[in-house]
Design a protein around this ligand. Structure first.
Ligand code: ARG
Length: 574
């Protein structure tokens, strides 16, 4: 596979700098990035400006010297200097044509190289709590985490997804009491998760005003933790039913977990873990509780990490420390990525700090995200003021998509309409999430996310459908590429965009930004639309026609692959 254009240009630029007699500061790598404006060529570098500053020279003069000795006729025109010292590169037509041929010959990778340093990455995402409603935070985690898993796998990492569900929390005190006193067997039969959530909410509301009930619930929890057979059996049922309910949602979303090692999996390891930390002198006693003080970290110095309460109970942090051990020792994790809401920053700072004190060398990454807002710009809630549940969001998305398909293409067979509505509805919800930078609080708005115009899943899927429709009209699939000749600007612009897929996919993992891929796909679709308007395909002949068919085919392939990496399916018609 050939290197991406920035890689090639960077190498040549390095050679040119050497040829121009510039002594590079240590570790200096010239930066080459796509030009924001085609007027300035296809790529540009600020290397001369950065270097001139460090070497106290004149940036334009340095840029000119470098451009003069730049050796790259097979790649680009003679570099041009612009502004204070930018070096601009315009790729040659022949070079773009060759790249198109390379892409056509490589449908599995489409130019995207596998990483040289493949790692074992455990991704911790979704992780809802049993019998509690799966709230918007879990929606974001689920969609972002799945996308990162897909991208990391595609780039050649060994990815292990682990759903660390909250199956051992204090909520079980309330659920156990509710199960014994409030359970509606018929409701449990027909919709177990809803019934569990209902009893949890009911008991939770009652115990706020009822001190005696609060104590009874606590006693139920203590019994469970002590291994009481009846309570354990109920707990097991609840966890089972919850998992089945969650699995249905993941099926709709086309998300799979390699493991479901919830909090309870680590129960037996917590006491030895705390003892070990005490023995190693890492943890210490403080007012009857056991803590780790991270004194050498300024931010955490006065925020000790609590790992055993004075009543002997263990905490969320204790479980997470045991989880890290398991992932490192059993899964062989080189890295662990946690996709969890921003409010848990402190928790992760603390457990990462403790893990480092214990000698864990795996790369631990907290990948936080912001909130989802309603149209009123407050936290998203249902009309009755409750947290919005993922299952309901997905059902509504499909229903709404169905109405749109009905309007757009009423003649399609019923079954196909249903399948398309499923693809568009689920895709719209996922894309609304993934097209935003994860830290941005975004407004959840059905009309925007389902619109056929703008930066949405329906728009991108529609662009894909368009690339497919040409081959339907033609009456055959794309065959072998004949002569490739790029003559029109719109063709060249599209060819360049297609080649850039190779640059964009790896960039998703630097700082964990699925939105970089989403933005690229939107640009690609826009680029395709303007090509489509300017360049008739079936009305021309010879190389022009072959080239344009190739561009349609590749656009379809990249859109499909790119959406697939976001976890979004495509459809052949809509
Ligand atoms: N169950 C937790 C919650 O809903 C999220 C768990 C995230 N993962 C972890 N290893 N702590 O807030």
């Amino acid at each position: 596979m050939s290197d991406s254009f920035p890689q090639l240009l960077r190498a040549r630029l390095g050679d040119a700098l050497a040829a121009a007699g510039v002594v590079l500061p240590e570790g200096f790598v010239p930066e080459v990035s796509p030009s924001a404006n085609a007027q300035f060529g296809d790529y540009q570098s600020n290397a001369a400006m950065v270097l001139a500053k460090q070497l106290r020279g004149n940036p334009r003069e340095l840029a000119t010297r470098v451009a003069e000795v730049f050796d790259g006729e097979d790649l680009c025109e003679r570099p041009e200097i612009a502004g204070p010292g930018f070096i601009n590169f315009r790729l040659t037509r022949a070079c773009l044509e060759q790249r198109l041929r390379d892409l056509l010959a490589d449908p599995a990778r489409l130019g995207v190289a596998a990483v040289a340093d493949s790692r074992t990455v455990v991704i911790d995402f979704s992780a809802p709590n049993v019998a509690k409603p799966m709230h918007v935070g879990h929606i974001r985690s689920t969609i972002i985490g799945d996308c990162l898993a897909r991208v990391a796998r595609y780039l050649g990492h060994r990815v292990i997804t682990d759903n660390h569900i909250g199956d051992w929390g204090t909520q079980f005190g309330m659920i156990l009491w509710g199960w014994k006193h409030l359970l509606d067997a018929a409701a449990l039969e027909s919709d177990p998760v809803a019934e569990l959530v209902r009893i949890y909410r009911e008991v939770n509301a009652r115990q706020k005003e009822d001190e005696a009930l609060r104590e009874t619930c606590k006693a139920e929890l203590v019994k469970l933790q002590a291994g009481d057979a009846e309570n354990l059996a109920i707990w097991e049922r609840c966890v089972d039913l919850s998992k089945q309910g969650l699995q249905k949602i993941y099926d709709v979303l086309d998300i799979r977990f390699d493991h479901w090692l919830g909090e309870s999996f680590y129960n037996d390891r917590l006491a030895p873990l705390v003892d070990g930390l005490l023995a190693a002198g890492i943890a210490e006693e403080s007012e009857g509780a056991i803590c780790v003080f991270l004194r050498d970290d300024e931010k955490l110095a006065d925020q000790p990490c609590l790992i055993r309460k004075s009543d002997g109970g263990f905490l969320y942090a204790t479980t997470d420390l045991a989880t890290i051990d398991h992932r490192v020792e059993v899964f062989g994790a080189d890295a662990i990525w946690y996709v969890v809401g921003a409010p848990q920053q402190l928790h992760f700072d603390q457990i990462f700090g403790v893990a480092r004190r214990r000698g864990v060398v795996a790369d631990l990454q907290f990948i936080p995200f912001g909130s989802i807002l309603g149209k009123d710009r407050k936290m998203l809630r249902t009309r009755s003021g409750e947290t919005v549940q993922l299952a309901e969001v997905l059902t509504e998305a499909v229903e709404r998509a169905r109405v749109i398909i009905e309007e757009k293409n009423p003649e399609l067979p019923e079954e196909e309409k249903a399948a398309i509505a499923q693809t568009i509805g689920i895709g719209a919800v996922k894309y609304a999430e993934l097209s935003q930078f994860r830290m941005t609080d975004y407004v959840f708005d059905w009309d925007t996310m389902l619109s056929l115009k703008g930066n949405t899943a329906p728009y991108l899927i529609n662009a894909y459908v368009r690339t497919r429709s040409i081959f339907r009209k033609l009456g055959s699939e794309f065959g072998r590429a004949g002569g490739i000749a790029l003559t029109e600007e719109a063709e060249k612009a599209l060819a360049l965009k297609l080649a850039q897929f190779a640059e964009v996919v790896p960039s998703v993992l630097s700082d964990f930004r699925p939105n970089a891929l989403a933005a690229y796909l939107y640009d690609l679709a826009t680029c395709f639309h303007s090509f489509w308007e300017h360049c008739p395909v079936l009305r021309v002949e010879g190389d022009a026609r072959d080239t344009r068919l190739a561009l349609c085919e590749l656009t379809g392939q990249v859109l499909r692959r790119g959406l697939g990496l976001l976890g979004i399916a495509t459809t052949e018609r809509m």
